[in-house]
Design a protein around this ligand. Structure first.
Ligand code: I6G
Length: 677
């Protein structure tokens, strides 16, 4: 009894902590804990709920994994129509909007209208219905009067609260807003699709729409969707505030994310300044926007103005110029990246798109070239969104006469002439020249100096290219021997800038182990893996000396990454560069290793086999959260084998090797004792 009570209490505490962290992340954009810590709390809750299923509630943060697939979506009649917005494409049209409002409200030419301003996300509209503070329905706009019931999918979107926080919300509250896919998530999703030879999404908007209209909510749960609220539908209490901006603030208090860039501006001139300011920030925003929206702030005035032909008179979307344009492919060439990846690139007739002139667009790999069938001379749609690399969306005239042959992958590197390898089944072709290839050398140095790596201020791409071309620098260690004379002799480099760079180089020598590891540019070792390796091993020496199995004990490190790490440290020239860098004075503070206190199953190797009552992935995540490493095959190093029904050869092998075999009860005991640890 006492145990069940304490579990119930812990479940409550975990839920409220997780809800709090979710709000900090999505509503306030101010996370308090790192993602791994959030995941750990979530897994602790999952473990407790699996031991005490009676404690599970529909609003628990664990209930976002997605229900069973549907046959189709039901139709939903909107209680209040979901309107669309009129557009303005230049300042004159915006001024007309303001003038029409003043005329309709019979205000003088001098009277000023206060507007609420916010970016217009490039996503899709959604209506959320909360009853007594609980999310009961999510519906798409559809034709404005009837949409689709996508509740099961909406429940998987972490930015959308399953229950409202704070107080004072009406019994029925409908919230309207935009579902969108942040650019980073979109890029990663498409990269995974490309790696698997699957179809990619054309843009984040299509990816968001496709994900929200997925019949299997478990798939939606895996898509990085997010949400900002921008308005209201039915409200049982009539009104929740006197102005649009105050409504948004109340929604925020109740845990609904609203745009962090929303602002009240004094008049139409301030709207123009707001538009200009957002245009300048556009590329740096983590999501696509296609304009800004202005709304008369006072609700009383909104009501007086009303709507015409399905669009409110009190709001307007001031749109940015198009991000997709037509141009011609002048040629298709091949570029060599840091790890030798050979990428086909379309050289384009320069075209102005999304605020910059674009003359190159990536074609990713040969499969993509074939899929899109892009050839020299084609007219293509080019898309540029934010600071994402411009890409060819599709060919406009694939049936034209005398099209040249499709381009094929060259046998030799266009930069250094080394052989190009393309392993069977892999999408990426690589130059085999390694650091002999000047292209790879340049890219490796750019990566080494970049902000998230050694963060060497002033050592930009152009400078790296000059240094390599003039053979002043061959390896990262050479950067630290550059002299003032050498640097000030370079193009566009005054003595002052040269001295600043030397100062920046000196400063960068005080680094951290994760940064240093990341800067080395080991294949598949990104920032997160570099951090995990540092926490797991504590020192660079320990990482260099680790064997494949030891490496694989690290979070994020599977057999492929482990092989890349080993291959990197096995190369003499890499070890020489590291020694030279340390010799030049690069150093970092000691790293605190993860301890058994934090992760009670740290270092334990576990194999899961047979049919269990819960999905294997779920059990795997719970064990991993406690520090265990889950592997696929049984060996002398295995600590436990979790064996469900019909466990076959792995169970027999464990018996032969005398490895403890746990059934479901044994697994629960292991989880319980580790959580209580
Ligand atoms: O489609 C929309 C996007 C953004 C909107 C909207 C919005 O506000 C930021 N606001 C309204 C009132 C409507 N559609 C109808």
């Amino acid at each position: 009894m006492k145990k069940a009570q304490s579990a119930a209490l812990r479940v409550e505490v975990l839920r409220s902590e997780l809800d709090y962290h979710n709000r900090q992340y999505y509503v306030f954009d101010a996370p308090v804990i790192p993602d791994v810590e959030y995941d750990r709390l979530l897994r602790e809750l999952q473990t407790l709920e699996s031991q005490h299923p009676d404690l599970i509630t529909p609003e628990s943060p664990t209930q976002r994994v997605g229900d069973n697939p549907l046959d189709g979506f039901d139709e939903v009649a909107h209680k209040l129509p979901m309107l669309s917005l009129d557009n303005a494409f230049d300042e004159e049209e915006l001024a007309d909007f303001d003038r029409r409002i003043r005329e309709r409200l019979k205000l003088s030419a001098e009277a000023q209208i206060r507007y609420q301003a916010e970016p217009k996300l490039d996503g899709l509209a959604l209506n959320l219905r909360y009853e007594k503070g609980r999310l009961v329905q999510g519906a798409t706009r559809g034709d404005g009067t009837r949409g689709e019931n996508v509740t099961s999918n909406v429940r998987t979107i972490k930015a959308i609260p399953l229950k409202l926080s704070g107080e004072g919300w009406p019994d029925v509250l409908e919230v309207r807003g935009e579902v969108f896919m942040p650019r980073k998530g979109f890029e990663a999703l498409n990269q995974r699709a490309r790696d698997a030879g699957e179809k990619t999404f054309v843009n984040p908007r299509n990816a968001a729409a496709g994900s929200l209209r997925q019949l299997d909510p478990r798939l939606t749960a895996k898509r990085p969707l997010s949400f900002f609220a921008y308005g209201l539908g039915e409200i049982s209490s009539g009104q929740i505030a006197e102005s649009q901006s105050a409504c948004m603030s109340r929604l925020k208090d109740w845990g609904l994310p609203v745009s962090p860039l929303f602002k009240v501006v004094a008049d139409i001139a301030a709207c123009v300044r707001y538009y200009q300011s957002i245009s300048q920030q556009r590329d740096k925003l983590p999501y696509d926007i296609d304009g800004v929206v202005f709304k008369v702030d006072q609700l009383e005035l909104q009501q007086k103005l009303g709507a015409v032909s399905r669009a409110p008179r009190w709001a307007i979307a001031y749109k940015f110029p198009a991000q997709e344009v037509l141009t011609h492919v002048e040629s298709i060439e091949f570029q060599v990246g840091r790890t030798g990846a050979v990428t086909p690139v379309a050289r384009l007739k320069p075209v102005f798109v999304g605020g910059v002139t674009v003359s190159n667009a990536t074609l990713y790999n040969m499969e993509e070239v074939a899929r899109k069938d892009v050839r020299q001379g084609d007219t293509v749609i080019v898309r540029r969104a934010g600071d994402v690399i411009p890409e060819v969306v599709s060919v406009v005239n694939p049936e034209r006469d005398d099209r040249p042959e499709a381009v094929s992958l060259p046998e030799h590197c266009p930069i250094c002439g080394s052989d190009i390898d393309k392993p069977e089944g892999e999408a990426v072709a690589r130059c085999s020249g390694g650091l002999y290839c000047p292209a790879q050398r340049k890219e490796a140095l750019k990566h080494f100096a970049s902000r998230k790596a050694m963060d060497i201020e002033g050592l930009g791409d152009k400078l790296v290219e000059q240094l390599v071309e003039q053979q002043l620098v061959n390896s990262p260690a050479d950067i630290f021997t550059l002299s003032l004379e050498q640097l000030s002799g370079l193009e566009r480099m005054a003595e002052k800038s040269a001295q600043n760079l030397l100062d920046a180089l000196e400063k960068s020598k005080q680094t951290t182990l994760p940064r240093f590891l990341y800067a080395l540019g080991i294949r598949e070792v990104g920032e997160a893996t570099a951090q995990s390796l540092a926490s797991q091993f504590g020192t660079l020496d320990a990482i260099q000396e680790a064997d494949e199995e030891q490496l694989q004990l690290t979070a994020d490190v599977g057999p492929i990454v482990a092989k890349h790490i080993l291959a990197f440290f096995r190369q003499d020239h890499n070890r020489d560069v590291i020694a030279a860098l340390l010799d030049r004075g690069l150093q970092w503070p000691e790293v605190e290793r993860l301890s058994e206190d934090q992760l009670p199953l740290l270092g334990k190797i576990i194999v899961i086999t047979g049919t269990l009552s819960r999905p294997r992935d779920e059990i795997k995540s719970e064990l991993e959260a406690l520090g265990a490493k889950i592997t696929g095959s049984v060996s002398k190093k295995t600590d436990y084998v979790i064996a469900g029904e019909a466990a076959g050869s792995k169970r027999s092998k464990a018996e032969k090797l005398d490895i403890p075999i746990l059934d479901e009860t044994g697994l629960q005991d292991l989880l319980k004792s580790s959580v209580e640890h």
